[in-house]
Design a protein around this ligand. Structure first.
Ligand code: GLY
Length: 373
């Protein structure tokens, strides 16, 4: 991926720091950022001379450019492709990765580079976390969803049958490179799906950012370079602020990142994984959560309408006509936020503020779902 951008676009570059003591790292964001990978590596992993590039077969071109950049600075490289889709996050994939890494003499002088979306990031991240009890990881996320969420914060892992993300590790990357040019070829539906998580950060933490999103819908939908870098950087800053305070999800703060996700995960499992994109389910889930907050008297109708209008202007769904409230309620009982059998929801009380609310009655939750049909 050649850097074909004019100097005037350098203002579209953003740097976000995640401060976690010795596990701190940078997120470099902007068009053509991949070209700066060699200098990033020499700063962050100066002892490494071998790169294991784990990539989604859909972004082979970006993986090959990554390999060329490594070769240019004297790195040996190993290329491991991963079939697209959630089914790659499984035990046989991780076994294949570890065996390939071993066969290709991977050691503590190696760095794993994850090139792709959330599936590759989670899988390659777990491979890095487990191999030789942990080798460095660089995330090169190529989808909007992974750029604003899964590549940041160190959650890695795989699924077991019937249990998503149940085996994994917290393993922070040494560097995250977000080359916004990778979004140019991302299918429109996938790009828009990622915007749901961007809106989420505005609603849960950043009132001014929410207003920015409302005022810049056209620039965002047309992927205007400065708007892209700004929305990704603000999202990463918000996520970093939360992760810095609750890296391992022990205080409950990190759970606020799951606003809308209790409904969303249930929707995904009821509709069949892959039918709804994750971000689409999150968008509908946020609308359901806002409905629930209104039913509980926590927010007014204006809040619900404001969030819904923005999501819809960004071409995201907010309704799920086929969602059966009873079926969703049952599916929600598997949520990780179930504690001693009682469901807890992340609910807003105003723009920029959400709380973990325990003991929500079934009748209220099903009414909130009904209002989003
Ligand atoms: N995606 C939620 C988290 O990283 O905690």
């Amino acid at each position: 991926m050649a850097n074909m951008h004019s100097p005037s676009e350098t203002w579209a570059n953003e740097l976000v720091r995640v401060n976690l003591e010795e596990r701190s790292y940078s997120i470099n964001i902007g068009p053509g950022q991949l070209e700066h990978l060699p200098s990033g590596l020499s700063e962050c992993v100066p002892k490494c001379r071998h790169g294991v590039i784990v990539f989604d077969e859909n972004v082979r071109g970006i993986a090959e450019r990554t390999q060329n950049l490594l070769t240019g600075v004297g790195f040996r490289s190993t290329m491991i492709d991963v079939p697209s889709g959630e089914s790659s996050k499984c035990i046989s994939s991780i076994e294949r990765l570890w065996c390939r890494m071993l066969a290709d003499h991977t050691d503590r002088g190696s760095v794993v580079l994850a090139v792709g979306g959330g599936v590759v990031g989670d899988l390659a991240g777990f491979a890095a976390a487990g191999f030789a009890r942990g080798i460095p990881l660089v995330q090169i996320p190529t989808t909007l969803l992974s750029q604003v969420d899964s590549s940041v914060g160190g959650k890695t892992g795989i699924n077991l049958p019937g249990a998503k993300n149940i085996v994994g590790a917290f393993w922070q990357p040494s560097l995250v490179v977000v080359d916004t040019q990778s979004l140019a070829t991302l299918p429109a539906r996938e790009y828009v799906s990622g915007l749901a998580e961007v809106v989420k950060y505005g609603v849960i933490l950043l009132p001014e950012f929410l207003a920015y999103l409302e005022q810049n819908v056209a620039a965002i939908l047309s992927k205007q370079p400065a708007a892209l870098s700004h929305i990704i950087a603000e999202s990463c800053r918000a996520k970093a602020a939360v992760v810095q305070q609750d890296e391992r999800e022990t205080t409950g703060l990190r759970a606020i990142l799951n606003y809308g996700h209790t409904f969303a995960h249930a929707l995904e499992s009821v509709c069949g994984y892959g039918t709804l994109f994750h971000g689409e389910a999150v968008s509908i889930g946020m609308h359901m959560a806002a409905n629930l907050a209104q039913l509980m008297g926590r927010v007014d109708e204006d809040f619900v309408r404001r969030q819904q209008t923005l999501l819809e202007q960004l071409q995201l769904p907010t309704k799920s006509p086929h969602a059966d409230p009873e079926e969703l309620w049952l599916a929600m009982q598997h949520d990780k936020k179930v504690e001693h059998g009682a469901l807890r929801f992340i609910l807003p009380s105003r723009i920029g503020h959400v709380e973990l609310v325990p003991g929500v009655a079934k009748g209220l939750a099903t009414a909130a779902i009904q209002a989003a049909r």
